[in-house]
Design a protein around this ligand. Structure first.
Ligand code: IMP
Ligand code: MG
Length: 173
């Protein structure tokens, strides 16, 4: 039984934080043409807002990794379901993620990308749940630190539901 999502970060607050992240990234990538790689599906809303605030000539690609299905916990096994279209050797790559939870998904992806020899590789995540971490992850650009609660909205789902909500919401058990 799942209750209704309850707003805890409004779209206005998200907008301010996305603008702050964009200005940090703009400062660090001056004169470069970074490739932003989003992890599908959760990051697509954040990616869309971020690139329009950046003011940099970025390119965008997406990878799809194996998902949770209807579970709220990672299975611990990550697979690439839809690979990159873009060669990344020698590129400045910035991974864009919606949430780092156990860290298993993003640390798998960073390892996978590092083997392709990008010039640089960094991580931007809208949200982080550090109390849930099982593998260490360095987040170079972070929006919000969250408590140990399940979050939906602004692209984040529970079993494919609630991605369309403009606010970040807690989903109570
Ligand atoms: P991790 O491998 O445990 O770090 O999980 C990362 C992925 O799990 C994210 O990209 C999300 O797709 C999903 N995820 C983890 N926590 C949440 C949550 O609170 N709400 C929605 N999705 C989540
Ligand atoms: Mg995700």
């Amino acid at each position: 039984m799942t209750s209704q999502p309850e707003t805890f970060i409004t779209s206005e607050e998200i907008g301010r934080v996305v603008a702050r992240l964009a200005s940090e990234i703009r400062r660090d990538y001056q004169g470069k043409q970074p490739l932003l790689i989003g992890i599908l599906k959760g990051s697509f809303v954040f990616m869309a807002d971020l690139i329009r605030q950046l003011g940099l000539p970025v390119e965008v690609d997406f990878v799809k990794l194996s998902s949770y299905g209807a579970a709220r916990e990672t299975s611990g096994k990550v697979r690439v379901v839809q690979p990159l279209d873009t060669p990344i050797k020698g590129r400045d790559v910035l991974v864009v993620e919606d949430i780092v939870d156990t860290g298993i998904t993003v640390s798998f992806l960073l390892g996978y990308l590092r083997k392709k020899e990008p010039a640089s590789l960094k991580l931007c995540s809208l949200t982080d749940k550090p109390c849930r971490r099982r593998v260490p992850v360095r987040i170079d650009y972070l929006g919000f630190t969250l408590p140990d609660k399940f979050v939906v909205g602004y692209g984040l789902d529970w079993d494919q539901k609630f991605r369309y909500l403009p606010n970040l919401c807690f989903l109570e058990e």
